[in-house]
Design a protein around this ligand. Structure first.
Ligand code: ARG
Length: 472
């Protein structure tokens, strides 16, 4: 059991910041459950920036003196240095980053520190800091995703003409190119970046000055602090400003969707690296060995990226459930908003970096992929399309004829290409020699020349477009 002896009744233990009406300090366990300094210290830079903006506004509007404003500004600068140099003593009894900084400011500059919190509450303070933090996280995420897209686009260019089997139901369906396959992920990541950009636009309003929940009686200038912090405008409603965390939910939603995208690519890497496929090999730097089976070369990094989608989805549900049913305005429940967001941002940074490395350094076995691309009667659709195009058969009938040809090839254990013209004509007398011009993997690829299709020429065009759309 934790030591609960320091329960109450010790006047000296009451918080210097909010303890005026308290006779005793908190029980140890209360302090432990209440404190967020263990994780919200990550908001220190945002907290200092927002406090500087607030102090400058208080001085400009005459709510505090210029001298106090300057002292606060200087003291906050000194605290930033202390934190960055690892010299700051974070104290659990001061609960959170906001009170740790304010208390240290008092030690450094004396009474003026007590004026910083005029016309402000920790409620609008934390909402402001957290928006600033998520804003930066979105910018970093966008840059990381752009790097991953660049790696994918480079490999897509290199493999614009490399055939591989395309699957539906994980059954060979039609040949595609590896370049086309990789560009599919470039598109998904492009939409993930779009979601991040949308989130950023909605997020970028300032809660500062909403105070505890109702606004303030001081003549503050919210537009001034909003613009100093790079926000587009002050939030219009003080209750909303301190009580919603939809920006964090949007961040976690896009993180979860992105996690799902990354997990699908990760799964494909795992499959491609498995010996029955053997389409790809990860470099040593992204593989691990087995302690018992010396032949093993495990794609652990890809497996972990695949798994980490679980944590990302979990983080989204965690905060959704925290927020659900909370009455306006602030509730301490909302302190639980930070860990899922911090962890998701960290997880994504790691996963995207690992994925970028794997994509950039994977080696592909083009011969093996090409051999598989022709297996499983993967050009059967091309045969059906030929019957429609050349012999004017309705597609459904062509589908039926082709099915019969596949069955015949199966019986003879040959590929479609290996059936003789006579064999083919035994099923459909109108088939002519020219059918053999559409049955190879190369022909199948080249023919899929519709916009967005897998023909190597189209893929090269798509590579050039993707560079313009995503990397410029
Ligand atoms: N650490 C708190 C949080 O993250 C700061 C806000 C505290 N506000 C309050 N009214 N107790 O939510």
């Amino acid at each position: 059991m934790a030591d609960n002896s320091k329960k109450s009744g010790t006047h000296s233990g009451a918080s210097k910041i909010w303890g005026g009406r308290f006779a005793g300090g908190p029980a140890d366990i209360m302090q432990k459950i209440n404190a967020s300094i263990g994780f919200d210290r990550r908001l220190y830079a945002q907290d200092i920036a927002a406090s500087k903006a607030h102090a400058a506004m208080l001085a400009k509007t005459g709510i505090i003196s210029d001298d106090d404003g300057k002292a606060i500004e200087k003291g906050l600068g000194a605290i930033a240095d202390e934190i960055e140099n690892g010299e700051f003593d974070f104290k659990q009894e001061l609960e959170d980053i906001h009170m740790n900084i304010e208390s240290r400011l008092g030690e450094l500059i004396g009474d003026a520190a007590g004026r910083l919190h005029t016309a402000r509450s920790r409620n609008d303070q934390v909402a402001t800091d957290f928006r600033l933090w998520v804003r930066e996280a979105l910018v970093d995420l966008d840059a990381a995703l752009k790097g991953l897209q660049a790696a994918l686009i480079d490999r897509a260019q290199e493999h614009a003409g490399t055939a591989m089997p395309g699957f539906t139901h994980l059954q060979s369906a039609q040949p595609v190119t590896l370049g086309h396959h990789l560009l599919a992920y470039v598109e998904m990541l492009g939409r993930d970046r779009g979601r991040a950009a949308d989130c950023l636009i909605r997020l970028n309003e300032s809660p500062l000055g909403a105070a505890a929940l109702a606004g303030t009686s001081f003549p503050i200038d919210r537009a001034m602090t909003a613009s100093a912090l790079g926000f587009n405008r002050p939030m219009a409603n003080s209750l909303d400003a301190v009580s919603d965390r939809d920006f964090a939910l949007e961040f976690l939603s896009l993180a979860a969707i992105l996690g799902v995208h990354l997990s699908r690519l990760a799964e494909e890497i795992v499959l491609w690296c498995s010996s029955p496929f053997a389409y790809a090999q990860m470099p040593d730097g992204f593989s691990t060995g087995s302690s018992i089976m010396p032949q093993k070369r495990n794609p652990d990094a890809a497996e972990l990226v695949r798994a980490k989608a679980g944590g990302l989805i979990g983080a989204l549900s965690a905060l959704m459930v925290v927020m659900k049913g909370l009455p306006l305005a602030y509730g301490k429940d909302m302190q639980e908003d930070k860990v899922p967001v911090f962890e998701s941002a960290d997880t994504l940074a790691l996963c995207i970096a690992a994925m970028t490395g794997m994509v950039a350094e994977a080696s592909f076995d083009a011969d093996r992929m090409k051999a598989d691309a022709g297996k499983g009667y993967a050009t059967a659709t091309d045969l059906a399309d030929w019957l429609v195009r050349e012999k004017d058969l309705p597609f459904r009938e062509a589908h039926h004829v082709t099915g019969a040809l596949v069955k015949l090839a199966e019986e003879k254990t040959v590929s479609l290409e290996q059936l003789s013209l006579e064999d083919m004509q035994s099923v459909s007398p109108e088939i002519t020699e020219s059918v053999f011009g559409v049955l190879s993997v190369e022909d199948a690829l080249k023919s899929r020349d519709s916009f967005g299709g897998t023909a190597p020429g189209r893929v090269l065009e798509a590579v050039a477009e993707a560079r313009k759309r995503f990397l410029d």
